[in-house]
Design a protein around this ligand. Structure first.
Ligand code: TRP
Length: 463
């Protein structure tokens, strides 16, 4: 999929390859770890409703815009803006994306490392399950056991750091060695397996006693939760939508540059957005019924799935064997995402700064390594990094839609979307309206609200 060395640019080999790679980037910890806990903290159903509206009205247009920029320029985000808008400052948007990539990759790879810890622990738990007395424990006792384990793990220094470094090394290795025969091949098999496993989890979760409350929480919008903290909810829904779709920082500009000219960008974007949203909702369906059945607080925070899931597994015949499979697949889903973030930095370093891909990847890994270790030792830094996509990605997305809506000639956009007239673009007036007016205005407003609410959180006297 991605070029190996100098010389000719490589491209995705098939339509399915494009969707698999972009969906591989989109589907990851954002769907299974971040979505449930952010939705849980923000009241469930009402959050989900707003989230879905943002995906459709803002997310898909931004994704199509990134594809248009990347494929028409055939370059990394910085080079792409330099090429299509020469002599302007637009390439700074590409640079903002590269900076975001460092921050996101740092905390994301830390959480990806947690999957390795849980992978190892699930083997231990499976072997020692008799000795630990899992089967005699009540769900409360199990919940306490896994909460203590999570807290002990996070409070430690070495294990999180080691797993982070291992994950970083994997990611770098794949990006350096090219993706076509490795990750792309496996993701076509393993992503569907992950999906099947999630469905099995959903079945177990919704058939637990007391599961109904979780379904109500997730699907019945309770607007009083919005009234309590409207600004926080809307900005976090927007940030989560951007994060989950991998948009707003040039990942899909970079991937777009590897998409062949004949591919239909609109249908690719829609397919990816549908798959991504579907997986997030299914993850919610697996988590929330169990959360309520076990009496866990849905607003628990980042540890939500790491505590809830092991308790569900223990409630299934086969117990911790399921955990092993699940964390293996989750780890895989995370890697198809981390490589897409690292690829942004590597494409920029190698194309703009004339480095070899190997050198570019090594330099990126060392700097991200430093940031990531800061995240593992300081929960505060982790928190700041983890919250930063909520503002940084919409900011990038704002300029991307403004560029497509107001700067790039309309004919050029349409020509790119239609692959020189091969595909129909009957949706174009709607798309144009969304990128010109709806998306920029909505993002600007939400961004302002988001900044304001963060200021109030920092300096309460302002409110
Ligand atoms: N979307 C991925 C997830 O949900 C994370 C991710 C990959 C990402 N590439 C990105 C987020 C680019 C923002 C920007 O897990």
């Amino acid at each position: 999929m991605i070029q190996g060395g100098n010389g000719e640019r490589d491209s995705f080999s098939s339509k399915f390859g494009v969707i698999a790679a972009a969906a591989g980037s989109a589907i990851g910890l954002g769907n299974i770890w971040r979505f449930p806990y952010v939705a849980g903290e923000n009241g469930g159903g009402a959050f989900l409703l707003i989230y879905l509206i943002f995906i459709a009205a803002i997310g898909i247009p931004v994704m199509m815009s990134e594809f248009v920029i990347g494929r028409s320029a055939q370059l990394n985000p910085v080079g792409a803006f330099k090429k299509i808008a020469p002599g302007t400052k637009w390439h700074l948007i590409g640079l903002l994306g590269v900076v975001s990539a460092f921050i996101i990759l740092a905390f994301y790879t830390v959480v990806a490392g947690w999957t390795l810890e849980y992978l190892l622990q699930s083997v231990k738990w499976a072997i020692l399950s008799g000795k630990l007395g899992f089967s005699e424990m009540s769900n409360e006792a199990l919940r306490e056991f896994f909460t203590n384990h999570y807290e002990g793990f996070i409070a430690g220094i070495w294990r999180p750091v080691i797993w982070f470094v291992v994950m970083m090394a994997f990611t770098g290795y794949i990006v350096i060695s090219g993706v076509k025969n490795g990750i792309e091949k496996y993701s076509k098999i393993l992503m569907p397996v992950l999906f099947v496993l999630l469905i099995v989890l959903v079945i177990r979760s919704v058939t637990l006693e007391g599961a109904r409350k979780g379904l109500i929480f997730l699907f019945k919008p309770d607007f009083s939760t919005i009234r309590e903290a409207p600004m926080k909810i809307v900005i976090e829904a927007l940030g989560q939508a951007f994060f989950s779709l991998s948009i707003g920082m040039g990942t899909l500009i970079t991937y777009g540059s590897y998409i062949r000219k004949k591919e239909n960008l609109a249908s690719t974007a829609i397919n990816v957005a549908l798959a991504d949203t579907f997986i997030a909702v299914v993850a919610g369906l697996a988590i929330f019924p169990a959360v309520f059945a076990f009496g866990i607080n849905p607003g628990e925070g980042p540890e939500l799935v790491y505590i809830t899931l092991p308790v569900i597994f223990q409630n299934m015949a086969g117990g911790m064997l399921w955990a092993f499979m699940f964390f293996l697949l989750l780890c895989f889903a995370a890697i198809t995402s981390t490589i897409s973030v690292l690829e942004v930095i590597v494409a920029y370093f190698s194309e703009q700064l004339n480095m070899t891909r190997k050198r570019a990847a090594l330099m990126a890994m060392i700097s991200v390594g430093f940031l990531g270790i800061l995240c593992t030792v300081s929960p505060d830094i982790f928190g700041i990094f983890n919250a930063s996509p909520d503002l940084m990605l919409p900011l990038g997305g704002f300029f991307i839609v403004v560029f497509i809506g107001w700067i790039l000639a309309r004919d050029k956009t349409r020509k790119e979307l239609s692959s020189e007239g091969t595909h129909t673009t009957g949706y174009f007036p709607l798309f144009n309206f969304l990128v010109k007016f709806v998306a920029p205005l909505a993002i600007a407003l939400l961004f302002a609200l988001g900044v304001y609410s963060r200021m109030i959180a920092l300096f309460p006297s302002l409110g």
